[in-house]
Design a binder for this molecule. Structure first.
Ligand code: AMP
Length: 228
């Protein structure tokens, strides 16, 4: 029996390698993953503004604490500003891990956090988003501006086209996303998207619900995107 602990979810591939390596027809290899040791990663997209309502900062702190407690690594834009910085500081304060992915142009003093366990500097925004998408097992949008919307829409459209099947959550603090969700309803009622596509994303009103949703997530079986 081989016991491996503290492995990331990607490490499940090790199972296959071990079976090949030992060429074991009669040997049972058991991998034990206790919940506390599985490090999943959550990309958090959120505001870079420092002057928004304190409720948003409170939610960012609660999220960081919950992520650390549940061993979700934070994947984020690496900024020390706004909600980005607040989530990252909270994750670190509570013993969690962070990965910042920053484009060269934003790698500036007083902008980039210096607390990350891992910091990746990319040549541009496209490479940065690709790395964030790749390194995340799930995506969460805290309230934010154009940058946050762009990031959330990218992961939504990629999921819609079947490029990934990872969970996507809007954390709707202070009803920030209500108007966007109304717009989504308009998209369905005007038949620009199928109503089943509501399953592309989940809306949480609090951090506890985010964690529950991620823990129980089952990828949806969606109908073909095209209206014909
Ligand atoms: P916004 O919602 O317009 O404030 O933009 C925030 C989003 O864009 C974040 O999720 C980041 O990924 C990215 N972003 C914006 N500003 C920065 C910054 N100074 N450093 C790193 N990422 C940033």
């Amino acid at each position: 029996m081989i016991r491996l602990q503290g492995l990331s979810v990607d490490s499940l591939y090790i199972n296959e390698l071990l079976v090949k390596f030992f060429d074991c027809k009669n040997v049972v290899i058991m991998l034990f993953f206790s919940n506390s040791n599985i490090m999943k990663s959550l990309a958090v997209y959120c505001s870079s503004s420092n002057i928004i309502h304190q409720d948003y900062f409170e939610a960012a702190r609660m999220l960081g604490k919950a992520m650390a407690e549940k061993s979700f690594q934070l994947v984020y834009g690496g900024g020390m500003v706004g909600l980005m910085g607040e989530v990252a500081r909270s994750v670190k304060q509570h013993g969690g891990k962070t990965l910042g992915v920053v484009p060269e142009a934003l790698n500036l003093d007083n902008v980039v956090n210096d607390i990350d366990d891992e910091l990746i500097i990319t040549t541009g925004m496209r490479e940065r988003k690709a790395i964030m998408d790749d390194r995340a097992d799930a995506f969460l949008g805290l309230p934010g501006g154009f940058g946050t919307f762009e990031e959330m829409f990218e992961v939504l459209t990629l999921k819609q086209l079947g490029y990934h099947n990872k969970p996507i959550v809007f954390l709707n603090i202070r009803g920030y996303y209500d108007k966007l969700l109304d717009m989504f309803d308009h998209i369905y009622s005007e038949q620009f998207a199928k109503p089943e596509y509501r399953q592309l994303y989940h809306v949480s009103e609090n951090v506890l619900d985010v964690i529950d949703y991620l823990s129980e997530y089952q990828p949806p079986q969606l109908p073909d995107k095209w209206f014909v």
